[in-house]
Design a protein around this ligand. Sequence first.
Ligand SMILES: Nc1ncnc2c1ncn2[C@@H]1O[C@H](COP(=O)(O)OP(=O)(O)OP(=O)(O)O)[C@@H](O)[C@H]1O
Length: 308
Amino acid sequence: MPLPVITARGLTKRYGSFTAVDGIDFDIAPGESFGFLGPNGAGKSTTMRMIAATSTRSDGELSVLGLDTNRHGPEIRAQLGIVPQGDLLDEELRVIDNLYVYGRYFGLPRAYVKARAEELLDFAQLREKRTARVDGLSGGMKRRLTIARGLINNPKVMLLDEPTTGLDPQARHVLWDRLFRLKEEGVTLVVTTHFMDEAEQLCDRLVVIDKGRIVAEGSPQGLIREYSTREVLEVRFGSARNEAAAGRLEGIGQRQELLPDRVLIYADNGEHALQEVVERGLEPVTSLVRRSSLEDVFLRLTGRSLVE
Ligand SMILES: Nc1ncnc2c1ncn2[C@@H]1O[C@H](COP(=O)(O)OP(=O)(O)OP(=O)(O)O)[C@@H](O)[C@H]1O
């Protein structure tokens, strides 16, 4: 196994008496696409800020590219690409100038920045918007520009905090496609998200994080195999009848979850489970069989949903 690019042991962040990140361990390998999946407030952004060396840890160890984050902040940041949760672009400047300004901020040579900015315009599919002001761009375009800006120093490791939050489905797919390209080029991606589909799309490996602690680790498919069944049957009986109906489903499938608006039945064969439901004389208003997802893994591990 090649040396990890990021290693954390007992990584902890306290704000006063509140512990936001509670002694987590992880290793991220070069070229890997690694995710932190968890709900709002789980401690994902705090972890990212410590990796980016913009926040000091309270305890434990953290090294990025072989350097201690508490002692080598500037050297680490010079080698990382950082895409924060908000875009933080210069809204009144033109697209191309946002790239120039950021490159100069890094102290990169002018000629290098000029050439790199042109490459990145193409990468971000913003060639036609080259001289447009940022405040007129769509959300998806701004996000792509933020990613392009983060790539100005040609980093080997890219940190992306909630990369597609707030974007519509089409813009998310365009963005994922750009991130796949970076991955193909060998860039290590470190992604936080509370979207299970994003984690399934982007991550080779991820940790599920809740209340500052890692509750599971693995590949998306591996986690689903370990913590869920192949399929899930979702049945709705109407809000007044869900609970009563759920009480009569015992023994169907391996496990059941009662949610406010539906009952989830975990079974390897969802259609068989549905037959059993019907054979018991229960008539769902709607029924749906789907594959298990990371949302099911999270529900199983924490008893809660990823997106509240
Ligand atoms: N500067 C701070 N001072 C005090 N508490 C903080 C500070 N920053 C974060 N927290 C708290 O730490 C916890 C973890 O926050 P964090 O932003 O890391 O979560 P998150 O998983 O990234 O969620 P989100 O997606 O909402 O950012 C939250 O309860 C938050 O209120």
